[in-house]
Structures are given as structure tokens and as C-alpha cells.
Design a protein around this ligand. Structure first.
Ligand SMILES: C[S@@+](CC[C@H](N)C(=O)[O-])C[C@H]1O[C@@H](n2cnc3c(N)ncnc32)[C@H](O)[C@@H]1O
Length: 258
């Protein structure tokens, strides 16, 4: 019933005009780390979160479970790692890296990739260092809703997983996207809840208004093989053999939000 009421409310609430952001972020980031730790425990009941050598293999452009009896990765994470492996960047930057599992897993699957993470919360980064001591020095503090800082590394690929979804204050998600496109030379990858912003419309408009300085922009999505699982969006400076993303409805039509 609550889900139905939420859907009706979302349907009746007009999306904000370009640049006319509303509301607050979905969490108070000063205390979010407590909830995040609890969510990780829940996630680990059903999924493997930290990969060990040989758990998954990447071959024929697919990332597949290789160890029998192992809990599978969450499909969002599998699709993210598979997409990064396919794009084969020299370096990646995760914005909102939280406890660092995605960076650690990408490094395990593709050791040649140079990894970097940034998060606005020192408490989250403390969790990252506890969980992944090997990532010490890889991650640091940056609030991506602030203007660009030259202390942030520039990379081939910049990605988020469940971050822009929660950034709802004013125009903050536009600034975060602009920073991501500023950081990435080749691709920006987004794994987000597609109902929370008009990602296609916003990125297209930002490019048209020269807020994204790439000479060309191609928007794609990759659908999960698993029925009723979410898509991932790839914004690229060059053409890729992925399905072009033509509108926002493609992302929300048949797939439940993450
Ligand atoms: C839902 S958690 C996701 C963490 C991680 N990506 C994952 O999938 O486990 C959102 C993360 O984004 C971080 N975050 C939120 N707003 C941010 C901002 N403006 N700049 C950088 N990080 C931010 C939070 O501190 C938190 O670690």
C-alpha cells in the first residue's frame, strides 16, 4: 500500500525545471555512516560484498560467478564491475565511495586499473580503512557538491553507485555531475535510482549549455540479463557498442528503482 501511495505521489509531483532543485538530501551525511553499517550487514545476508581471488571471472565480456556455493554479488554491483571491465580504463574514480568495496573489487578483477575514491564523510572513510586497509591512500575527502578541486584526480572513468539518487538539495546533483564529467576523460558511469532525477534530460541539457566540456557526448545504457533488475548508464566521450539512451522513460518504464 505504501509503495502504491509513493508511486501515485511521484506520478503527481512534476519533475523540477532544469536548475530548479528542491528539498534536502535524503540523508544527513553527518550521521549516515551508522545506518550504512547496518545496511551492509543486511546486504551480506544475501550477497557477497567483498570478492576474493577466483570468486568471479571476466571473460567474453561477461562477469560470471565462478565459485559454487558463493552468494552472488548484488546485480547492481555485478553490472557495474562488468561495465568497468569492458571499458578497460587505465584509471577510475568513485564519487561517494563509502566503505570502498567497489574500489577493492574492481582492483581484484582488473589489477592494472589505478583506483581512486572520494567521499564527503570522514566517518565513511574511517569504515573504508577498517574494511580495506589496502585502500589506505587511495581514498580521501571531497564533497562533490562543492566546486571542482584540483586535488581530485582526473581519470579515464568516473562512477557513482547509489549517490546522486540521494543528492536532492538545490542544484547539488548538477554540480556533482559537472565534477564527474570534469574528472573523467572517457566515461561517466551511473548506477542510480532513475526516478530520482531526470538523468538523460539533465545531462543532455548540461552538455548543450557547455557545462560538460567534452567535445562530443554519447549516452548509453546496459540492461541487466536478470529480469526486473536495473540498468546502468554510460555517458561516453566516444562511440561505444552499447544501446543508445534516448530518454528517461527507458530507465524507469519497466524496471523497479534500486
Ligand atoms: C548510499 S551510500 C553509497 C556508498 C557506496 N557507493 C556503495 O555503493 O556502497 C552514499 C555515499 O555517498 C556519500 N556522499 C553523499 N553525498 C556526497 C557528496 N556530496 N560528495 C561525496 N560523497 C557523498 C555518502 O557519504 C555515502 O558514503
Amino acid at each position: 500500500m505504501k509503495r502504491l501511495l509513493d508511486l501515485v505521489r511521484r506520478w503527481r509531483t512534476p519533475r523540477p525545471e532544469f536548475g530548479a532543485g528542491t528539498g534536502n538530501d535524503e540523508y544527513d551525511w553527518r550521521i549516515y555512516h551508522e545506518e550504512y553499517r547496518a545496511r551492509m550487514v543486511d546486504l551480506e545476508r544475501l550477497h557477497t560484498t567483498v570478492l576474493r581471488d577466483g570468486d568471479y571471472t571476466f571473460g567474453d565480456e561477461r562477469l560470471t560467478l565462478a565459485r559454487s556455493g558463493l552468494l552472488p554479488l548484488h546485480e547492481n554491483h555485478r553490472l557495474l564491475y562488468e561495465t568497468v571491465c569492458q571499458l578497460n580504463p587505465a584509471s577510475v574514480l568513485e564519487i561517494g565511495c563509502g566503505a570502498g568495496d567497489h574500489l577493492a573489487n574492481i582492483k581484484l578483477l582488473a589489477p592494472s586499473i589505478q583506483i581512486h575514491g572520494r567521499d564527503r564523510s570522514e566517518n565513511q572513510l574511517r569504515f573504508l580503512r577498517e574494511r580495506h586497509p589496502e585502500l589506505d591512500g587511495v581514498a580521501g575527502v571531497f564533497d562533490a557538491t562543492m566546486p571542482w578541486s584540483n586535488l581530485v584526480p582526473t581519470v579515464d572513468v568516473c562512477f557513482t553507485q547509489a549517490v546522486l539518487t540521494h543528492i536532492q538539495l538545490g542544484n547539488s546533483h548538477f554540480v556533482t555531475l559537472a565534477n564527474m564529467f570534469r574528472a573523467a576523460a572517457r566515461q561517466v558511469i551511473l548506477m542510480e535510482n532513475w526516478t530520482k532525477h531526470s538523468f538523460h534530460a539533465d545531462i543532455t541539457r548540461m552538455f548543450a549549455e557547455r557545462m560538460i566540456s567534452w567535445p562530443r557526448l554519447f549516452l548509453y545504457y546496459r540492461a541487466s540479463d536478470v529480469p526486473r533488475q536495473p540498468h546502468i548508464v554510460v555517458a561516453s566521450a566516444t562511440e561505444l557498442p552499447y544501446t543508445p539512451l534516448l530518454d528517461d522513460e527507458t530507465l524507469t518504464r519497466s524496471v523497479p528503482p534500486i
